[in-house]
Design a protein around this ligand. Structure first.
Ligand SMILES: [Zn+2]
Length: 244
Protein backbone atom coordinates (compact mmCIF):
# COMPACT_ATOMS: atom_id res chain seq x y z
CA UNK A 1 0.00 0.00 0.00
CA UNK A 2 1.35 3.38 -1.04
CA UNK A 3 1.47 5.49 2.13
CA UNK A 4 0.59 8.95 0.87
CA UNK A 5 0.46 11.84 3.30
CA UNK A 6 -2.87 13.68 3.48
CA UNK A 7 -1.05 16.81 2.29
CA UNK A 8 0.20 14.99 -0.84
CA UNK A 9 -3.24 13.61 -1.67
CA UNK A 10 -4.84 17.04 -1.44
CA UNK A 11 -2.04 18.74 -3.36
CA UNK A 12 -2.44 16.32 -6.29
CA UNK A 13 -6.23 16.57 -6.13
CA UNK A 14 -6.15 20.37 -6.04
CA UNK A 15 -3.62 20.48 -8.88
CA UNK A 16 -5.65 18.12 -11.07
CA UNK A 17 -9.19 19.27 -10.22
CA UNK A 18 -9.22 22.25 -12.57
CA UNK A 19 -7.28 20.59 -15.39
CA UNK A 20 -8.34 18.47 -18.35
CA UNK A 21 -8.42 14.67 -18.33
CA UNK A 22 -4.90 14.20 -19.68
CA UNK A 23 -3.38 16.54 -17.09
CA UNK A 24 -5.33 14.75 -14.33
CA UNK A 25 -3.82 11.44 -15.46
CA UNK A 26 -0.34 12.95 -15.47
CA UNK A 27 -0.90 14.26 -11.91
CA UNK A 28 -1.81 10.72 -10.85
CA UNK A 29 1.26 9.31 -12.58
CA UNK A 30 3.43 11.70 -10.57
CA UNK A 31 2.33 9.78 -7.45
CA UNK A 32 3.84 6.53 -8.66
CA UNK A 33 6.87 8.07 -10.38
CA UNK A 34 7.69 11.17 -8.29
CA UNK A 35 11.22 11.27 -9.74
CA UNK A 36 9.92 12.11 -13.23
CA UNK A 37 9.24 15.67 -14.45
CA UNK A 38 5.80 16.44 -15.96
CA UNK A 39 7.42 16.33 -19.41
CA UNK A 40 8.94 12.92 -18.72
CA UNK A 41 5.52 11.69 -17.53
CA UNK A 42 3.94 12.85 -20.79
CA UNK A 43 6.77 11.10 -22.68
CA UNK A 44 5.70 7.69 -21.30
CA UNK A 45 4.23 5.48 -24.04
CA UNK A 46 0.61 4.45 -23.51
CA UNK A 47 1.47 0.88 -22.49
CA UNK A 48 3.92 2.09 -19.85
CA UNK A 49 1.35 4.60 -18.57
CA UNK A 50 -1.36 1.95 -18.30
CA UNK A 51 1.00 -0.37 -16.46
CA UNK A 52 1.92 2.43 -13.99
CA UNK A 53 -1.71 3.50 -13.50
CA UNK A 54 -2.84 -0.07 -12.78
CA UNK A 55 0.03 -0.43 -10.30
CA UNK A 56 -0.97 2.87 -8.65
CA UNK A 57 -4.62 1.72 -8.45
CA UNK A 58 -3.47 -1.50 -6.81
CA UNK A 59 -1.34 0.35 -4.26
CA UNK A 60 -4.01 2.93 -3.42
CA UNK A 61 -7.25 0.98 -3.47
CA UNK A 62 -6.39 -2.71 -4.03
CA UNK A 63 -6.57 -5.13 -6.96
CA UNK A 64 -10.28 -5.65 -7.38
CA UNK A 65 -11.96 -3.62 -10.14
CA UNK A 66 -15.73 -3.53 -10.27
CA UNK A 67 -17.72 -2.31 -13.23
CA UNK A 68 -21.25 -2.26 -14.51
CA UNK A 69 -22.01 -2.66 -18.22
CA UNK A 70 -25.02 -3.46 -20.35
CA UNK A 71 -24.96 -6.10 -23.09
CA UNK A 72 -24.95 -4.42 -26.49
CA UNK A 73 -27.20 -7.14 -27.93
CA UNK A 74 -29.93 -7.75 -25.36
CA UNK A 75 -29.43 -4.95 -22.79
CA UNK A 76 -28.84 -7.35 -19.89
CA UNK A 77 -27.11 -5.59 -16.96
CA UNK A 78 -23.79 -7.17 -15.99
CA UNK A 79 -21.91 -6.60 -12.75
CA UNK A 80 -18.26 -7.35 -13.38
CA UNK A 81 -15.33 -7.99 -11.16
CA UNK A 82 -11.72 -8.17 -12.33
CA UNK A 83 -8.37 -8.38 -10.64
CA UNK A 84 -5.54 -6.14 -11.87
CA UNK A 85 -3.26 -9.19 -11.93
CA UNK A 86 -5.56 -10.75 -14.56
CA UNK A 87 -4.25 -8.29 -17.18
CA UNK A 88 -0.70 -9.64 -16.71
CA UNK A 89 0.87 -6.24 -17.48
CA UNK A 90 3.51 -6.40 -14.75
CA UNK A 91 5.18 -9.42 -16.39
CA UNK A 92 5.66 -7.64 -19.77
CA UNK A 93 9.20 -6.37 -20.23
CA UNK A 94 10.15 -2.95 -21.61
CA UNK A 95 8.93 -2.38 -25.17
CA UNK A 96 11.07 -0.12 -27.44
CA UNK A 97 9.44 3.20 -28.32
CA UNK A 98 10.53 3.08 -31.97
CA UNK A 99 9.64 0.00 -34.00
CA UNK A 100 9.37 -1.24 -37.58
CA UNK A 101 6.28 -2.84 -39.07
CA UNK A 102 6.15 -4.92 -42.25
CA UNK A 103 2.88 -5.90 -43.85
CA UNK A 104 2.95 -7.20 -47.41
CA UNK A 105 4.63 -4.51 -49.48
CA UNK A 106 4.20 -1.83 -46.78
CA UNK A 107 7.04 -1.07 -44.41
CA UNK A 108 6.76 1.59 -41.69
CA UNK A 109 8.82 3.07 -38.90
CA UNK A 110 6.55 3.78 -35.92
CA UNK A 111 6.87 5.74 -32.70
CA UNK A 112 4.54 4.31 -30.04
CA UNK A 113 1.92 6.89 -28.95
CA UNK A 114 2.46 8.72 -25.64
CA UNK A 115 0.85 11.37 -23.41
CA UNK A 116 1.72 14.25 -25.78
CA UNK A 117 -0.28 12.48 -28.50
CA UNK A 118 -3.28 12.15 -26.17
CA UNK A 119 -3.04 15.88 -25.37
CA UNK A 120 -3.11 16.60 -29.11
CA UNK A 121 -6.14 14.29 -29.53
CA UNK A 122 -8.22 16.21 -26.98
CA UNK A 123 -9.12 18.88 -29.54
CA UNK A 124 -10.10 16.36 -32.23
CA UNK A 125 -13.80 16.07 -33.12
CA UNK A 126 -14.18 12.66 -34.80
CA UNK A 127 -12.70 9.15 -34.56
CA UNK A 128 -11.46 9.46 -38.12
CA UNK A 129 -9.71 12.78 -37.47
CA UNK A 130 -8.19 11.23 -34.35
CA UNK A 131 -6.81 8.29 -36.31
CA UNK A 132 -5.36 10.58 -38.97
CA UNK A 133 -3.76 12.81 -36.33
CA UNK A 134 -2.21 9.82 -34.56
CA UNK A 135 -0.88 8.48 -37.86
CA UNK A 136 0.63 11.84 -38.77
CA UNK A 137 2.43 12.01 -35.43
CA UNK A 138 3.45 8.38 -34.96
CA UNK A 139 4.23 7.08 -38.48
CA UNK A 140 7.80 8.33 -38.93
CA UNK A 141 8.62 6.65 -42.24
CA UNK A 142 6.45 4.83 -44.74
CA UNK A 143 7.52 2.72 -47.72
CA UNK A 144 5.61 0.76 -50.37
CA UNK A 145 7.79 -1.62 -52.37
CA UNK A 146 10.83 0.23 -50.99
CA UNK A 147 9.58 3.57 -52.34
CA UNK A 148 8.99 6.36 -49.86
CA UNK A 149 5.25 7.22 -49.73
CA UNK A 150 2.99 9.41 -47.58
CA UNK A 151 -0.09 8.40 -45.57
CA UNK A 152 -2.44 9.83 -48.22
CA UNK A 153 -1.05 7.25 -50.68
CA UNK A 154 -2.43 4.38 -48.60
CA UNK A 155 -5.83 2.82 -49.29
CA UNK A 156 -8.46 2.56 -46.53
CA UNK A 157 -7.64 -1.16 -46.19
CA UNK A 158 -3.93 -0.47 -45.83
CA UNK A 159 -4.62 2.21 -43.19
CA UNK A 160 -6.83 -0.20 -41.22
CA UNK A 161 -4.12 -2.86 -41.39
CA UNK A 162 -1.53 -0.35 -40.23
CA UNK A 163 -3.77 0.74 -37.33
CA UNK A 164 -4.22 -2.88 -36.24
CA UNK A 165 -0.49 -3.61 -36.42
CA UNK A 166 0.37 -0.49 -34.38
CA UNK A 167 -2.13 -1.52 -31.69
CA UNK A 168 -0.43 -4.94 -31.50
CA UNK A 169 3.05 -3.49 -30.95
CA UNK A 170 2.38 -3.08 -27.24
CA UNK A 171 -0.23 -5.38 -25.63
CA UNK A 172 -0.63 -2.88 -22.78
CA UNK A 173 -1.69 -0.04 -25.08
CA UNK A 174 -5.35 -0.81 -24.39
CA UNK A 175 -6.86 -2.34 -21.26
CA UNK A 176 -9.62 -4.64 -22.47
CA UNK A 177 -12.17 -6.61 -20.50
CA UNK A 178 -13.33 -9.86 -22.10
CA UNK A 179 -17.07 -9.93 -21.63
CA UNK A 180 -19.72 -12.54 -22.26
CA UNK A 181 -23.45 -12.13 -21.68
CA UNK A 182 -25.06 -15.02 -19.74
CA UNK A 183 -28.46 -14.09 -21.19
CA UNK A 184 -27.72 -14.18 -24.95
CA UNK A 185 -24.10 -15.50 -25.09
CA UNK A 186 -22.91 -12.37 -26.92
CA UNK A 187 -19.13 -11.95 -26.44
CA UNK A 188 -17.22 -8.70 -26.81
CA UNK A 189 -14.31 -6.65 -25.47
CA UNK A 190 -14.81 -3.43 -23.55
CA UNK A 191 -11.97 -0.92 -23.07
CA UNK A 192 -11.12 0.61 -19.69
CA UNK A 193 -9.83 4.18 -19.50
CA UNK A 194 -7.83 3.61 -16.33
CA UNK A 195 -6.80 7.30 -16.05
CA UNK A 196 -10.41 8.57 -15.80
CA UNK A 197 -11.49 5.57 -13.72
CA UNK A 198 -8.72 6.13 -11.18
CA UNK A 199 -9.25 9.90 -11.06
CA UNK A 200 -12.93 9.36 -10.12
CA UNK A 201 -11.87 7.09 -7.25
CA UNK A 202 -9.13 9.50 -6.20
CA UNK A 203 -11.62 12.38 -6.24
CA UNK A 204 -13.93 10.51 -3.83
CA UNK A 205 -10.95 9.67 -1.60
CA UNK A 206 -9.76 13.32 -1.48
CA UNK A 207 -13.28 14.63 -0.79
CA UNK A 208 -13.66 12.16 2.10
CA UNK A 209 -10.40 13.46 3.48
CA UNK A 210 -11.67 17.05 3.26
CA UNK A 211 -14.91 16.01 5.00
CA UNK A 212 -12.85 14.46 7.80
CA UNK A 213 -10.78 17.64 8.13
CA UNK A 214 -14.02 19.63 8.32
CA UNK A 215 -15.40 17.32 11.01
CA UNK A 216 -12.24 17.43 13.15
CA UNK A 217 -11.75 21.18 12.73
CA UNK A 218 -15.35 22.00 13.64
CA UNK A 219 -15.38 19.60 16.60
CA UNK A 220 -12.00 20.28 18.18
CA UNK A 221 -11.10 23.67 16.74
CA UNK A 222 -7.84 22.32 15.27
CA UNK A 223 -6.36 24.07 12.24
CA UNK A 224 -6.25 22.46 8.79
CA UNK A 225 -2.43 22.31 9.02
CA UNK A 226 -2.60 20.50 12.39
CA UNK A 227 -5.00 17.92 10.97
CA UNK A 228 -3.04 17.43 7.73
CA UNK A 229 0.27 16.90 9.50
CA UNK A 230 -1.27 14.33 11.85
CA UNK A 231 -0.49 10.72 10.91
CA UNK A 232 -3.15 8.89 8.88
CA UNK A 233 -3.54 6.37 11.72
CA UNK A 234 -4.15 9.02 14.35
CA UNK A 235 -6.60 11.00 12.16
CA UNK A 236 -8.52 7.80 11.42
CA UNK A 237 -8.76 7.03 15.13
CA UNK A 238 -10.31 10.45 15.93
CA UNK A 239 -12.80 10.13 13.09
CA UNK A 240 -13.87 6.65 14.23
CA UNK A 241 -14.19 7.93 17.78
CA UNK A 242 -16.38 10.83 16.66
CA UNK A 243 -18.62 8.60 14.56
CA UNK A 244 -19.20 6.05 17.35
ZN1 LIG B 1 -26.88 -10.22 -23.97
Amino acid sequence: MLDLSAQRVLNIWEQGALLDAEAKTQSLLSLIAPELSMKALADLVLGERNKNLLELRQQLFGSKLQAYVECGECGQALDLEFLIEDFGFSSIAHIPEIQRIENGNINAKIRLPNGHDLEALESVKSVNDGRNLLFSRCVLELYRDDNLVVLQDLSEDELSQLELLISELDPRMEILFDLSCPQCSHSWQSPLDIGSFLWREFDVYARELLENIHLLASTYGWSETDILTMSNVRRKYYIERLLQ
